[in-house]
Design a protein around this ligand. Sequence first.
Ligand code: AN7
Length: 352
Amino acid sequence: MAVQGVIDRYRPLLNIPEYTQTVTLLEGSTPLIPMPKIAEVLGKGCKVWVKFEGLNPTGSFKDRGMTVAISEAVGRGAKAVICASTGNTAASAAAYAARSGLRAIVLIPKGKVAAGKLAGAVAYGADVFQINGSFDDALSLVVEISNRTPIALVNSLNPFRLEGQKTAAFEICDELGFSPDWLCLPVGNAGNISSYWMGFKEYNELKGTPKPRILGVQAEGSAPLVLGHPVENPETIATAIRIGKPARGEQALEAAEESNGRIISVSDDAILSAQCMLAASGVWVEPASAAGLAGLLHEIKAGKFNADGKKITIVCTGHGMKDPDIIAHSMPAPRLITARAEDLEAAILGEK
Ligand code: AN7
């Protein structure tokens, strides 16, 4: 099968207008990587896969939704798109806009966007603006502008974003030949959890594939859906999910409830240690992307989750290279040695 983007691969299952003009970077079809070492830690006879969304063209799952949002915008004659972003949406919007000749305008919270994301948005040629404020402030500004002008909003309030992102659920079912018992993933603005649930429900109706239970995971300092109210000053080292008023919050809570799952929160330390655990199996993800595993470990430790015999998919939403500084801070710097073979040998043998 020739390489396809998500629109070509799943077009009959996408609720998109006729006039949609496909703009693709051949996103999607990301690997579902077996994680036997982690499965052993989680429970007896359980099977674990990582859906590694960091391997999309701009390094995150956002590309699935962006191909559809931009394709729709182009089809209807939009000349510019706008989004607020904690980083990945910005980079993705910028790339797909560049590909289709649209202007991309992105608004980010100053100082809170990881280096690899900001660099991407700039490299793809977006007009990047920053505010002294949060993602939530930025989102309300871009919503207002998109209401006042013909500039198309490409945040996940845009329903076409969800149409694209639900394809990840299709891919998991198609690849496994069944659906997992549990799907674990980070929750920020809550578009992705809503998309997955849509996708699994649709496959259930179409093909009878059973629906998984969903474990959504927020960071403790940014956990509006766990606390039950917006968080004015969200904080977390996982800047991707540093969001206090999720646009799709209601839908996310519904997904958790309908799937007989739940949304929980974990500490930044738990996120960082899950990030290391994934890296120790060769999968380096950005901090937010480790939240799903962190949540799973948290629930198992608290005796609230029995992983024995379960089939579990962990969604890792973004690549580790998006946020290299985190690792530089949490890991020891490489040891400096003199440029002599004896020193290198001694260092390797641990004599010094
Ligand atoms: C790596 O880029 O909100 O719950 O502006 O980048 O669908 O918001 C990013 C979110 C998880 C949360 N993992 O997904 C943005 C933005 C990564 C992310 C999420 C994001 P949603």
